[in-house]
Structure formats: C-alpha cells, structure tokens
Design a protein around this ligand. Structure first.
Ligand code: FES
Length: 391
C-alpha cells in the first residue's frame, strides 16, 4: 500500500534541506537504519574496503577465499585509489545517505507524529559507520522502534542479504534488546515514486538532445551485474531490476527504445549480460549514435556512476566507438520525489506493513547456505510480534 502522492508533496516543500537540528537534539523514538555497502570517503580507506569486500562470502565467492581475497584486495588497492582520486578523492555515498536520511526523517516527523521523533542511522557493510557500531548506537540511544531499511531498492542475497547477515552476526553473542521493536524493509523495486524519479532524471537528459532525433535516443538502463551462479540459485535481483525498468518506462510514456544492460563484472566467471560497455560498442556498430545511460539500481552517486559510467564509458568507450552524444542520468540523490519515495515506503511500512515479509523469509530455491538459513530464522525472531501504528 502506498500513501498518495498529493499527501506526500504537501509535506515535502516545508522540509528544510539537510537540517539535522531535530535529529540531533531530541531523544529519538523511531530509528530508520539505512543499509548500504558504503564506499571509502578517503583513499586511506580503500585497502580495508577492498579487503572486506573480497573476504565477504555473501558478496563474492572465491576459491580459498581467506587467502585469495586479501591477495586480490592488495593487488587492486593502488588502481582503485587512483579511481577515487579521479572522482575527487573519495566516495560521496555517506554524504548522500546522510542527506537522504535527514530529509526522510523530517518528512516522517510531519507525516507520522505517533512515531516521532525519527532519527536516521547509517549502517554500511565495508566502511564506517559499520553495521555493528550503528546497532550498538541505536541501543544506546534508547529507541523504541527500529526500521531496518535497505537502500538497495532491488533485493539481492549478495547486497542486502550480506548486510542483513552482518546484523545477524552482531547479535550472535549478544542479547536481543527487549525494549526495541524491529522491522525490516528489504525491497521496494517497483515503488511508483521511485519510477517517477528515474523518469524525471531521464527527461532532464533527453532535453539535451536535438528535438529532431530526441525520440530515437536509446535508453540504456544499467545495473550492477551478478554472477550467473547466483542467478541460477534463484536470486531475485534480475527480475526486481527489470521491474524498476518496466515501471520507469511506463511512467516515461515516451516512444524511445530501451534495454537493460549490466556493468561492473569482476573475475573470469560468467555474469549477467549484455555488459554496458559492450552494448555501447555494439549499438555504435549498428548505427545507433545517441544514448542515455540510467543507473537504475543505485540511489546515489558513487564510483560506479562517477567513474565507471561517466569517465570509462561516456568519456572513453563511447568516444572511441563513435557515439555522437551520450548522457548519463543523475542518480536519485536528494531529488524531492526520491525523498517522497523513501518517506512513503517507510510510512506505509510503519502503518500497515508486515514486520518481516514472507518474501524475505523464503530462501532461494537452490540455496544450500546454512548462513542464509540461520539469518532468516534470526530475522523471524528479531521482527516477531510487532504491532503496527494505528493512524
Ligand atoms: Fe539466496 Fe541463500 S543464496 S537465500
């Protein structure tokens, strides 16, 4: 169930951007815990960030991972540092997540006085603020209610699943706080306001093309790829990404052709295709000369948009391939409609959502991971017996 757009937009203009005054001075009642992978804020964090990714078996599975993972991380550190230097010295993901969180909680304070004050917490997987520190902090703050909110709209066992497993790990040797009621939003791929913001970002870029060829511009929706092994296990990510694409195309209502392509593959094993760079080259050969890239699975700018899409694909691959014009749609970032989407997802959840969905509690059909099994059991217990807020 989604709240009406009218109600949301009537709340949002009164929100002052980035003001965290209410968040910092009042004891929070409801915590909104924003999960994401995170990115190094400075190049000093790159080595540790890579090490954590390469040794996370939920994210990536390597043979003899405890040895090969650190070896790959060390080998790649200098190259990845250079990329961060080329985008200004670090990832802006923490800055964007904090901005989104502040705007979101201001909206919620106005929409749902029953659960106010709301406070956002950031829980990253591979850089500070780490998941464990954040959960310790919200316990310390004495919140009554905590909504665990994945910032990956499309669920994958490798991303949201990994963050949730980290929460389960944190509570392995620690008593569950009996005074906090927890619940989980693990996916929101086809939310209409999420599709609206992507449609709006695309329209902003379409305006930059000559009106004579505007309808011919091919829209390439691009998402982080996934190993085919995970797809065959039954990971829901590919069809959830496709759902966001379909909802966005429906909202656009334009004749432009579109395709879904996949970026950021690592290692030698097969991943979901077609790859974004290959698609740009092949379209150029077919005579397609005008493209828009739309990062459909990222809610804020980070290395995959600012470096991989902007520098490697738009500046280098497209130019070499002979593309006449290529534009990259901005990530949702702090777009008003995006904040409205976040607020609607959380408010609807607080008012009527299940504390944990059956969809989340069901494992992939070919999952044999004991870690997944115990993590699902943990969340069933963590989020059990929660009453919803009455309006
Ligand atoms: Fe998807 Fe285990 S791999 S639930």
């Amino acid at each position: 169930m989604f709240l009406s757009k009218c109600r949301l937009t009537s709340v949002l203009p009164r929100i002052s951007a980035y003001s965290t005054a209410a968040e910092s001075t009042m004891k929070p009642k409801t915590a909104i815990v924003m999960l994401n992978m995170g990115g190094p804020e400075t190049t000093d964090q790159v080595a540790d960030y890579l090490l954590r990714i390469m040794t996370d078996r939920d994210m990536i599975q390597l043979p003899v991972q405890s040895k090969l993972g650190p070896w790959i991380a060390t080998r790649r550190t200098e190259e990845v540092k250079k990329k961060y230097m080329e985008i200004g010295g670090g990832s802006p993901i923490l800055k964007w997540t904090n901005s989104q969180g502040s705007l979101l909680t201001q909206a919620l304070d106005q929409m749902l006085p029953e659960s106010a004050p709301h406070k956002h917490y950031v829980a990253f997987r591979y850089v500070p603020p780490f998941t464990e520190e954040t959960f310790a902090q919200l316990e310390k703050d004495g919140v009554e209610r905590a909504v665990i909110f994945s910032q990956y709209p499309q669920y994958s066992c490798a991303t949201t699943g990994s963050s949730l497993n980290a929460i389960a790990d944190f509570y392995k040797n620690r008593q569950l706080p009996s005074n906090i009621k927890f619940s989980l939003i693990e996916r929101w791929a086809s939310h209409p306001l999420l599709a609206s913001v992507f449609a709006s970002r695309i329209k902003d870029k379409l305006k930059l093309f000559d009106p004579k060829i505007r309808d011919e511009v091919v829209i390439l929706f691009t998402a982080h790829s996934l190993p085919l092994k995970a797809v065959s296990r039954g990971d829901t990510y590919p069809h959830e990404v496709a759902a966001t694409v379909a909802a966005t195309v429906a909202q656009l209502g334009l004749p432009n052709p579109h395709r879904l392509v996949w970026q950021s593959k690592v290692g030698p094993l097969p991943w979901l295709q077609p790859y974004t760079d290959d698609a740009i080259k092949s379209y150029a050969k077919q005579g397609v000369k005008h493209l828009i890239l739309v990062p459909i699975a990222f809610v804020n700018e980070h290395i995959e948009t600012l470096h991989e899409l902007d520098i490697e694909y738009c500046d280098e691959v497209a130019k070499e391939a002979g593309i006449t014009q290529i534009e990259r749609a901005e990530a949702p970032n702090d777009h008003t409609t995006f904040i409205a989407a976040l607020a609607d997802v959380v408010a609807s959840h607080l008012k009527s959502g299940p504390s944990v969905s059956k969809q989340f509690l069901t494992r992939c059909p070919h999952c044999v991971s004991q870690r997944c099994r115990s993590s699902k059991d943990f969340f069933k217990k963590l989020c059990g017996n929660l009453e919803v807020i009455s309006s």
